[in-house]
Design a protein around this ligand. Structure first.
Ligand SMILES: NC(=O)c1ccc[n+]([C@@H]2O[C@H](COP(=O)([O-])OP(=O)(O)OC[C@H]3O[C@@H](n4cnc5c(N)ncnc54)[C@H](O)[C@@H]3O)[C@@H](O)[C@H]2O)c1
Length: 255
């Protein structure tokens, strides 16, 4: 699919990578509906996208809420005149070890069910809901060829302190394969980008010493830019023979 023909939703479009993907797609002439819960970020995105060759619409929605996702896909369909693309990018972290004994008291602190559930709700159920609503409409209205790009993470291999996040991101890569097989006969391709450490507001929250420690583990010696992750998204959209696979873009961190 040519980028200029992409008419799709980008979830988590108000910030970081989703914002960058929305703008890069619009720069290439695509029509994007950026969905997010962050009103302020969405409004400033509209202003930033003004004058680009493509178009960026915005819609407030929580991807973990079934009714809101149904409303998002309905609205995005109306705005674009029929969707053929989806980038499942919205994500959160709530890091913590499964069990951590307090050095002084010996009390064993554990990951809360809330932290587990929130991450699974947004990072996995959100992807399921958006993909289901998008695909069922594409099939019903026969708007294929269509493409779904999921954003996983290099944490899908298992990262200490991210039991919730790693589980969700591994499942996203697995379902990219499942849905790649299930949806091919309807003309819908899937693909997944698993970013390594990337400069966004999500990683800007980390302590400076943690940032330095992370960079030391990356053979290429630095974090990725959002545009380097966009190269993967672009490839998946453009390569009509690609489906079901995950591309790790991690500067060699998992080699
Ligand atoms: N930054 C990294 O190093 C890195 C590495 C690997 C994977 N990722 C993944 O890349 C994606 C983008 O991350 P980022 O670094 O740009 O983060 P970010 O925090 O800058 O942006 C995430 C966006 O998702 C939105 N969001 C959160 N919960 C939502 C919900 N329930 N409904 C709708 N929108 C919601 C936020 O409001 C925010 O705008 C995420 O899936 C993240 O897990 C990031």
């Amino acid at each position: 699919m040519k980028l200029e023909n992409f008419k799709g939703i980008v979830t988590g479009g108000a910030s970081g990578m989703g914002r960058h993907f929305s703008l890069a797609l619009a720069r290439a002439g695509a029509t994007v509906v950026a969905a997010d819960m962050n009103d302020e970020g969405l409004n400033s995105l509209v202003a930033e996208a003004a004058g680009l060759p493509g178009k960026v619409f915005v819609h407030k929605a929580d991807v973990s809420n079934e009714a809101e996702v149904v409303g998002l896909v309905e609205k995005a369909w109306e705005l674009t005149g029929g969707l053929n693309g989806l980038v499942n990018n919205a994500g959160i972290t709530r890091d913590g070890l499964l069990c951590r004994p307090d050095k002084e008291t010996g009390e064993v602190k554990t990951m809360t069910l809330k932290a587990w559930q929130q991450v699974l709700d947004v990072n996995l159920t959100g992807v399921f809901l958006c993909t289901r609503e998008f695909s069922s409409r594409v099939i019903k209205h026969k708007t294929a060829p269509a493409v779904i790009v999921n954003i996983s993470s290099i944490s899908r291999y298992g990262n200490m302190g991210q039991g919730n996040y790693s589980a969700a991101k591994a499942a996203v890569a697995a379902d990219t394969e499942v849905w790649g097989k299930e949806l091919a006969r309807f003309g819908i391709r899937t693909g997944c980008v698993a970013p390594g450490f990337t400069e966004t507001p999500m990683t800007a929250q980390m302590r400076p010493e943690m940032l330095e420690m992370m960079k030391k583990q990356i053979p290429l010696g630095r974090a990725a830019t959002p545009d380097e992750q966009f190269q993967g998204v672009k490839f998946i959209i453009e390569c009509d023979f690609f489906t079901g696979r995950t591309i790790d873009i991690d500067g060699g961190m998992r080699l």
